[in-house]
Unconditional design. Structure first.
Length: 250
């Protein structure tokens, strides 16, 4: 039900390095992580870029939006200075660069499809197709633990991913589980539910597991809370505190 690593570095390398950068992946590796969550959004020219916010101003300076900017211009932006001086000039990565780095270092990927408004289906389909093509060998060989897991808060993005490349597994991201979460999750043929640990109870966790889904929590930064969640049967979690909750955490 959850063949993937239990502890996953959030947005690349958590708080140790600028989020959603190759420097983040490098930081995760330095802490022994071989599992990562990050966010993918389409540029104006329809290319998947690793970035969280649809608008500029937080991790990249200035005014503007990812969906209105060409990929090559995004790739030239500084996504590191906001974090700290040593990361000045760290670029906004192409999704394909993240794939290459993760393949090279044996890092499992939880790819969060983070569509800008209005391009949910296009984003889901693009990410699913590119992921399927990159992992065609693993998919054909049935190496399920090596194939990335796509996740999204957007049901439309996941539905498009399912239609474009059904062989790449999907997880539905929900801040809070509504009472009727099961039917939409089944319609997506989702293998897992990803949810905000703050709203999860032991009873809800048991319901998800009993329904046959994997259960993953974001974003858990307190080791005591992580231990509690795992004791409830939560299969995996991502953390910003890769220094406190390491890959072998129990
Ligand atoms: O995928 C889990 C988590 O990353 C979802 O929230 O805003 O950090 O992308 P966010
Ligand atoms: Mg995310």
């Amino acid at each position: 039900m959850w063949p993937y690593p239990k502890i996953v570095a959030h947005r690349g390398g958590g708080t140790i390095a600028p989020e959603n950068t190759v420097a983040g992946l490098r930081a995760g590796l330095a802490y022994g992580f071989r599992a990562v969550e990050f966010d993918v959004m389409l540029s104006r020219d329809g290319i998947g870029m690793v970035i969280h916010d649809p608008e500029f101003g937080r991790t990249v300076a200035g005014l503007g939006a990812v969906a209105r900017t060409l990929a090559r211009d995004l790739a030239a932006m500084d996504a590191g200075s906001w974090h700290s001086a040593p990361f000045k000039g760290e670029p906004v990565p192409y999704y394909t660069q993240f794939i290459a780095y993760c393949r090279q270092h044996g890092i499992w990927m939880n790819v969060e499809i983070k569509p800008s408004d209005g391009v949910e289906a296009a984003t889901g389909a693009w990410v699913a197709q590119v992921t399927r093509d990159a992992y065609a060998q693993e998919i054909a060989a049935g190496q399920v633990a090596r194939v990335p897991l796509l996740s999204s808060f957007s049901h439309a993005a996941l539905a498009a991913a399912r239609d474009a490349a059904p062989e790449v597994p999907r997880a539905w991201l929900l801040d809070r589980l509504p009472p009727d979460w099961q039917a939409p999750a089944r319609a997506l043929q989702a293998v897992a539910i990803h949810t905000n640990h703050r709203h999860l109870t032991q009873a809800l966790a048991a319901t998800v597991k009993a329904a046959g889904f994997g259960l993953f929590c974001y974003t858990v930064n307190d080791p005591d809370r992580a231990r509690e969640l795992l004791s409830w049967g939560v299969d995996g979690l991502c953390t910003d505190r890769i220094d406190l909750i390491g890959p072998t955490f129990t």
